[in-house]
Write a protein that binds this ligand. Structure first.
Ligand code: TRP
Length: 381
């Protein structure tokens, strides 16, 4: 399989970040059933949105300490699955990854997002209304603005913007999110959110969505499964038993909540996303749970097995996920951990539940697998 254009002039040592990510996108596009012409447009868009860092040779360190991925590649792919359909390919990227600080990073992000939106006839009005809240003159990290593209057929993606609730400092995050929701007309929404340890992201759907969402992401450290199962606030959301089953499958029943740091000193928290569409009810119309499967599996072979079980449980063909891992890397899943970064379960009113799999680009680094046994068998690398 060639990835025309991006293979040209590809000699060892000359590979660039943009070339690497574009080639991954072209291959994933095929798996997601996109027409070649659409994939090519999207690959070019990705390279353009990355800007100058796309040209950066991969033998140099990452352009910045992007929080998008563990190895600081400012790109992450995901496949969203539902029964009886090809998976939807999405790409998350940080347009300001080459900038020196969060203020500049945010300005680049806005400029690129507006440029792309203009090209596709999409309004950034909802984002513009919140600019002063999330992009103040001296914002704090760990992100300023990320952009996600849902790569649907037809060469015009659906667009999402991700903002930092802690842009004005962690202690002001709740106030920032409350104000943002209010400005968008969701006056009661903040009150509806469950408790969390931290507000992680604030996201907006831009453009041609049936029901554009405003989404709030929360982190939940060390919460037992039964309590995680009670975090949904949406009407007609998932039954607790479904969430517990998802957790069991995604973590391998190794939630880390009660068995201490057996495998890893630090596990990333579970995350929940609460999506608001209607301004009337005050309640979210969507709930998503994310499990950092890479912190609950010794290697990606195991993460892939978990994802496979999960997809089958939802009567979804897991083959595209297996193909996707082969598409993004030549390494064996067993030889690292983190290629599958998160597994997600999304419920949104009026839609069937979806399973999301987040796939790392690994442009810079592969995290070594966890040694299978403390003694005996060879520890791998
Ligand atoms: N890399 C960050 C994290 O691991 C942010 C992030 C990237 C993320 N993709 C995600 C968070 C998917 C949840 C789901 O937290």
């Amino acid at each position: 399989m060639t990835a025309s254009g991006y293979d040209a002039g590809r000699k060892p040592g000359t590979e660039t970040l943009g070339g690497h990510a574009a080639r991954q996108l072209l291959r994933l596009g095929e798996i997601a059933g996109l027409a070649r012409a659409d994939s090519k447009v999207y690959a070019r868009t990705l390279v353009e949105a990355l800007g100058p860092v796309a040209e950066r040779p991969l033998h140099l360190p990452p352009p910045s300490d992007s929080f998008i991925s563990d190895d600081h590649t400012p790109v992450e792919f995901s496949l969203s699955f539902e029964p009886d359909a090809a998976p939807t390919l999405r790409v998350l990227l940080e347009p300001g990854a080459g900038d020196t600080g969060p203020a500049e990073n945010g300005r680049t992000g806005l400029r690129v997002l507006r440029e792309l939106a203009g090209r596709w006839g999409i309004s950034t009005g909802r984002l513009d209304e919140l600019e002063d809240l999330f992009l103040p003159p001296s914002p704090e990290g760990p992100l300023a603005l990320w952009c996600a593209l849902e790569l649907r057929p037809g060469s015009v993606p659906r667009v999402k913007a991700y903002l930092n609730p802690a842009a004005n400092g962690v202690k002001n995050a709740a106030k920032t999110v409350r104000k943002a929701l209010k400005r968008l007309g969701h006056r009661q929404a903040f009150k509806a959110l469950p408790d969390g340890d931290r507000l992680l992201f604030f996201a907006l759907d831009l453009g041609d969505w049936d029901e554009p969402r405003a989404k709030v992401y929360l982190a939940h450290h060390d919460l037992p499964a039964a309590e995680v199962a009670a975090l949904s606030r949406m009407d007609g959301g998932p039954a607790p038993a479904e969430i517990e089953e998802f957790l069991r499958l995604a973590t391998g029943a190794d939630t880390g909540a009660d068995d201490g740091p057996r495998r890893r000193p630090v596990r990333r928290p579970f995350q929940t996303c609460h999506a608001f569409t209607k301004t009337g009810s005050g309640l979210p119309s969507g709930f998503t749970l994310y499990v950092p499967v890479r912190d609950h599996a010794p290697h990606d072979g195991e993460a892939l097995a978990r994802a496979t079980d999960l997809l089958k449980r939802y009567a979804i063909d897991p083959a595209p996920l297996h193909q996707a891992l082969t598409a993004v890397t030549e390494r064996r899943p067993e030889d690292g951990v983190g290629l599958v970064a998160y597994l997600g379960l999304a419920h949104q009113q009026g839609r069937p539940p979806r399973i999301m799999t987040y796939i790392s680009s690994e442009a810079y680094q592969v995290r070594p697998p966890v040694a299978p046994r403390p003694a005996g068998a060879a520890a791998g690398r």
